[in-house]
Design a protein around this ligand. Structure first.
Ligand code: ATP
Ligand code: MG
Length: 467
């Protein structure tokens, strides 16, 4: 507090480098009665960070998506803080603080409490690149990685007006440089500055526009929307890993179905996931695939909205399943036996999909596990069911199989059988297996015989009941 006072009196400026002065005018100061942010929704740790910084004489605000969500009455999933303290100055104030990134340095302040540790991301007000002409050498090499700026510049660098508000927990005031609060009331998503220019600077902003519109239910302002159709091909130049991260955020937003419809309406889905092209472009002929994906996404949205976890591997496994099923059937028609046909199809499906963006390895192995488990649900006698339920990823495979039953791709009675089997006592499990065996009839071969069979079996459809 005292330091803050001294700084104010001396007008001491803690910033390392100022570029131009605030170029977007003074912010609108919005008092509590107008923004109605409920302080109970704030993270105590985020407030600790702003308090500590302010007591050391710096400016510090909660910023970005957290303010947007707070103003919507939603508890933010994470909190970012913006300050005029440099990363080094921030780091010195907190015990558990780590400098992250080189070109875009930020500080992660970690708090350990009950449950998961919470990371508050603290960034220093950044200058607009336009104003930071001295940060790149003639050769193009970056000389200065981090050019600090004023809060006004920091606000102008952000994407949407509703993402550019600063909340000071101590005074409960929102500083609004670009009319974000008015746009919140109008339920409008508006890009700061010239939208086409901002999309060219960073094409991922087009995907963010669709994601936030789906999440908030807001309408894209006409000028913000207009350039997207023409600029959509710029996404091809975005590094695959960044694209993947953004698509993952979109799918995990809790509003994935709405967001995917949004991508389609904006003409943005091409080349992101070949499967999306396939589903969103074709009509009736892909109705089954469409139903499957729609149900999977609705299921994911529901889980996320009710605070449950969702595995990305599971989600991608569902998105690519219709394609996989098609390839699997085609392989079988070529005379390849059931299981090798499935594995070949997995390779093909993953390879085709990777033409747009690469699914990260760790998710790929989850997907393969879920997929390769599917034929095992057909084997409902002997030791097979016991072995299957003991496999570490059983739950994911089982949930996936239930989804297939729900869309009618698979006989719902089999899903029910497994649900019963999991909950039954040993005697009940034996009875269930006996009924499965009876269903198969005397013509089915025993699992032992089947395993010994050498020649590939030419099934006409995937997943024959194994005896
Ligand atoms: P959420 O975390 O709910 O997905 P968010 O708005 O917090 O939404 P982040 O990606 O966490 O999104 O970014 C935090 C803030 O940083 C944004 O609110 C925005 O102000 C700014 N920002 C992030 N990405 C960009 C971008 N590509 N261009 C301009 N500003 C951005
Ligand atoms: Mg965020």
């Amino acid at each position: 507090m005292i330091t803050k006072f001294i700084n104010r009196i001396l007008r001491r400026d803690p910033m390392v480098k100022h570029t131009q002065a605030n170029n977007s005018g003074a912010p609108k100061r919005i008092p509590k009665k107008a923004h109605r942010i409920d302080p109970h929704l704030l993270s105590k740790n985020a407030v600790k960070v702003t308090d500590t910084l302010q007591q050391a004489g710096f400016e510090a605000f909660i910023v970005g998506g957290a303010v947007r969500d707070l103003a919507l009455g939603i508890g933010p999933k994470d909190f970012d803080v913006a300050t005029n303290a440099t990363p080094d100055q921030v780091q010195r104030l907190f015990r558990k603080a780590r400098l992250i990134g080189r070109r875009f340095q930020i500080v992660h302040v970690t708090f350990f409490g009950k449950g998961h540790p919470e990371i508050i991301e603290v960034s220093t007000f950044r200058a607009l690149l336009d104003n930071a002409g001295d940060h790149v050498a003639e050769s193009g090499r970056i000389l200065r990685d981090n050019v600090w700026g004023s809060q006004g510049e920091d606000a102008a660098r952000r994407d949407f007006t509703i993402n550019a508000m600063y909340y000071d927990p101590s005074s409960e005031t929102v500083l609004d440089y670009h009319g974000g609060m008015a746009d919140m009331q109008k339920k409008t998503l508006r890009m700061i500055g010239d939208p086409a220019k901002r999309y060219r600077e960073d094409p991922v902003r087009m995907l963010r526009a669709i994601r936030f519109a789906a999440k908030t239910g807001f309408t894209l302002d006409a000028a913000t929307r207009a350039p997207i159709a023409k600029l959509s091909n710029l996404l091809q130049d975005v590094p695959s890993a960044r694209l993947f991260d953004e698509i993952l955020k979109l799918l995990m937003s809790g509003y994935s179905w709405a967001a995917i419809q949004g991508l389609k309406d904006a003409g943005l889905h091409h080349g992101l996931l070949p499967l999306l092209d396939h589903i969103l472009d074709s009509g009736e002929d892909s109705k089954d695939a469409n139903d499957f994906v729609k149900l999977a996404l609705a299921n994911t949205d529901q889980r996320i909205q009710s605070g449950k976890s969702v595995s990305a591997g599971f989600l991608f496994a569902t998105l690519l399943w219709p394609d996989l099923l098609k390839n699997w059937k085609a392989n079988i028609a070529k005379g390849i036996s059931n299981i090798p046909a499935l594995h070949d199809a997995m390779d093909d499906t993953i390879a085709t999909q990777s033409s747009g963006m690469t699914i990260q390895r760790r998710f790929e192995s989850d997907m393969r596990e879920i997929w390769s488990m599917q034929p095992r649900f057909e084997k409902r006698v002997g030791r097979y069911p016991y072995r299957l339920i003991e496999s570490p990823r059983f739950r994911a495979g089982y949930d996936f199989m239930l989804l297939r039953c729900a869309t009618g791709e698979k006989d719902p009675a089999i899903g029910q059988w497994w649900t019963d089997f999991i909950t039954a006592d040993p005697a009940g499990q034996e009875a269930l297996m006996a009924s499965a065996k009876a269903e198969l009839g005397s013509s089915a071969s025993s699992p032992a015989k089947r395993r010994r069979r050498r020649k590939p079996k030419s099934d006409s459809s995937p997943e024959p009941e194994a005896g």
